[in-house]
Design a protein around this ligand. Structure first.
Ligand SMILES: Cc1cc2nc3c(=O)[nH]c(=O)nc-3n(C[C@H](O)[C@H](O)[C@H](O)COP(=O)(O)OP(=O)(O)OC[C@H]3O[C@@H](n4cnc5c(N)ncnc54)[C@H](O)[C@@H]3O)c2cc1C
Length: 386
């Protein structure tokens, strides 16, 4: 991994990975995307295919069943999947960067050996339970509690909007919970909760605007008892640790969003060359060609932003501001490109079977999840000393 990554000349191993995932996305994912979107069904066969390719293990060392790659490799895979199907891409993003990564970063040897091989192989999924009905952008508002009782934690509370939390292969949700009080300040810790634990319930899935094939549930915890050793990382560091995970996750979401933005460009170029109106292809009109040129520019700028953030992160340099910038510009590029692509497709753009209409519905959440645009602006301003 070089200190500087160019969008124009990727090192060969990254280029090969991107091409392999591109091929998978086109050959395996694209044919079933509209069906899973319409049926709101989780794409188990696609997830199995990604597992077989080792995508769930991309950034983890081989000793934990991983591929020995890095976070940038994950981002490249997400960009390729995001072009074709955001639900599939977010399933991988959440599985790796929110599900397995907290255990890899903060787990002890026993936790890593127990959970990582299952998660990196894609045989199992884990959820990341931070958001609550009264704790979203202000995640420190956590109300879920974990009380010590002998050798156990007893957890009570609720989480909402948790990705990958209710599939047939979900085995674990990592949750933040209030474990005490430090001079009037909540002590928030992170605890591993196997989904088979009595009192844990994944409520019925949400009926979402988009990401229909991604799995999202509210969760409830009633006297959920787990061993004390399920504490992940240091007691009282749960909130800080989750914020670190979110910093990284923003680069991954940015990559997914760049894929969506680029997917809209690719579809629009094809359609603008094919669709005839007033005796010529609609792309011959500058109004259309310039729109697509601007879409390409948005995708390119957003890509350089996530490459930069990933390069800083892998070089061990501060990357918080770069990650927030990448997440913000990439999610806006996806939303803007989806809107423009839908316009270029005319009436067809409003029909659910066209990929651009799916991007139109799917892209909005990119400006909300893993920190809203306003939260990114708060973080960037804070880094500037404001
Ligand atoms: C499909 C989906 C999947 C998700 N997956 C997960 C997951 O796996 N795990 C998880 O923990 N969470 C998950 N989330 C939750 C997501 O991260 C939150 O929805 C998001 O962080 C926003 O929180 P909120 O919905 O409570 O909005 P709020 O925090 O209530 O914000 C509402 C509005 O107010 C704005 N706002 C809030 N505070 C300020 C301020 N100080 N200044 C300016 N504007 C402000 C926000 O930007 C937003 O526009 C998911 C959400 C969705 C929809």
């Amino acid at each position: 991994m070089t200190d500087y990554l160019s969008t124009g000349s990727l090192p060969e191993e990254y280029r090969q990975l991107a091409l392999t995932v591109r091929d998978f996305a086109q050959q395996v994912v694209a044919p079933v995307s509209a069906k899973h979107d319409a049926e709101h069904s989780f794409p188990y066969e696609v997830v199995a295919g990604m597992a077989e390719m080792g995508l769930f293990g991309l950034p983890f060392p081989e000793e934990f069943g991983g591929m020995g790659g890095d976070y940038f490799a994950l981002c490249l895979a997400l960009e390729e999947l995001g072009k074709i199907d955001q639900s599939v891409a977010i399933t991988l993003e959440a599985g790796v960067s929110l599900g397995a990564m907290p255990i890899y970063r903060f787990g002890d040897d026993k936790q890593k050996n127990e959970w990582l091989p299952q998660l990196t192989s894609g045989r199992a999924l884990a959820g990341f339970g931070l958001t609550e009905p009264d704790a979203g952008s202000d995640a420190g508002g956590t109300r879920t509690t974990a009380v010590e009782d002998g050798e156990s934690w007893v957890i009570n509370g609720a989480k909402q909007f948790i990705t990958n939390s209710g599939t047939d292969i979900t085995r674990l949700v990592t949750v933040t919970a209030v474990t005490g009080n430090n001079g009037g300040k909540k002590e928030i810790s992170t605890i591993l909760v196997p989904t088979s634990t009595p009192g844990f319930v994944a409520e019925p899935a949400y009926n979402k605007v988009g990401w229909n094939a991604s799995d999202t549930h509210p969760l409830s915890f009633t006297d959920v008892r787990v061993p004390k050793e399920n504490l992940l990382g240091e007691r009282g560091r749960g909130y800080a640790n989750f914020l670190r995970i979110l910093d990284e996750g923003r680069i991954a979401i940015a990559a997914l969003a760049v894929g969506a933005a680029q997917g809209c460009v690719d579809e629009s170029v094809r359609y603008a060359n094919e669709r005839q109106a007033f005796g010529q292809a609609i792309g011959r009109n500058q109004a259309i060609a310039f729109k697509i040129a601007r879409m390409e520019a948005r995708a390119h700028v957003a890509r350089t932003a996530y490459y930069d953030a990933a390069a800083l992160m892998l070089a061990g340099k501060p990357f918080k501001k770069a990650a927030s910038i990448a997440k913000m510009v990439a999610s806006e590029a996806a939303m803007d490109n989806a809107r423009d692509a839908t316009q270029i497709f005319g009436g067809n753009g409003f029909m659910n079977e066209y990929p651009v209409s799916r991007h139109y519905r799917d892209s909005k959440i990119l400006e909300i999840g893993e920190g809203t645009t306003e939260v990114q602006l708060m973080l960037i301003a804070r880094e500037l000393g404001l």
